[in-house]
Design a protein around this ligand. Sequence first.
Ligand code: IPD
Ligand code: CA
Ligand code: CA
Ligand code: CA
Length: 308
Amino acid sequence: LHNILAFTVALARQAGTLILEGSEVIQSHSEESNVGEKKNSVDLVTEYDVRVEKLVQDRLKQQYPTFKFIGEESYSAGKRDPLTNEPTFCVDPIDGTTNFVHGFPFACISLGLIYERRPVLGVIYNPFLGHLYTGIKGHGSFLTRAGSDEPRRLPLSKNPKPLPSLNQAVIGVEWGSDRCETTMNAKSTSFARLAGDPEKGVVGGKMAHSLRSMGSAALNYSMVAQGGMDMYWEIGCWPWDVCAGIVIAEEAGGLVTGSHEVFEATKNTDQFGVVTEEILTGRKYLVIRGVGGTKDENGREAQKRLIE
Ligand code: IPD
Ligand code: CA
Ligand code: CA
Ligand code: CA
């Protein structure tokens, strides 16, 4: 796995260069800066999403010809490797396409490896800020900042902060691109409950310090792993949004609930997409709750209580 990590880190940095080039083109608002739509007018895609995925897929196939590949853009185009117990790369070429299109510098490549239906390796690289997050199951997760070649173990604080209660927490949430009424009602109610004034009775005695939307699921996971956010909660992520992030967050001591089902539910079928969609439309939550001495049982219990 350490060799695969070295290879995928170099590849993520190469993909990062193409993402930065693409950003220049898109931000030029010239004729070349085409922005398309997928399922609705807020589900954006650019030729760079497709180009970055092709670059990454080609290089991975060359280096690891027997490994399977699942990526957002090839998956949407109907080219789907079924999820089996075999090693499978799970890639989001640009996570945070809306940010990419708007010039908001929170977008990344998210590159994960699944083995026996468990995410085992993750690389998340934000080329705009030069932040590289990596993790290998059982071997910790790390952040390497721009201009440094020294990975720092996550969470960054050597002295983890005590588990905050909900009303001292900063919580990541996302609007996503599913804007149907049911989802909007669920999200706006939940956001108000997390941030609302307890005096006005939104949720008894609890009012989070604040909510944040970073516009990238992978970067939300990374920020919880780093310790900058206490929790991230979203309805409706796809496997490529969360695969690398699961490893990075869990290795930092975070607790991930909901996300694993995306990988485990399919067992021996080739129904990966169908089951994923069922999970998403079944409105299962993706919650991670991070850092702070949480590898021990007591910490995990406390996390569970906080999530509930
Ligand atoms: C999206 C982003 C967004 C999240 C959505 C994802 P994309 O991915 O991660 O923050 O809210 O659920 O689909 O389309 O930018 O790769
Ligand atoms: Ca997308
Ligand atoms: Ca994504
Ligand atoms: Ca994407």
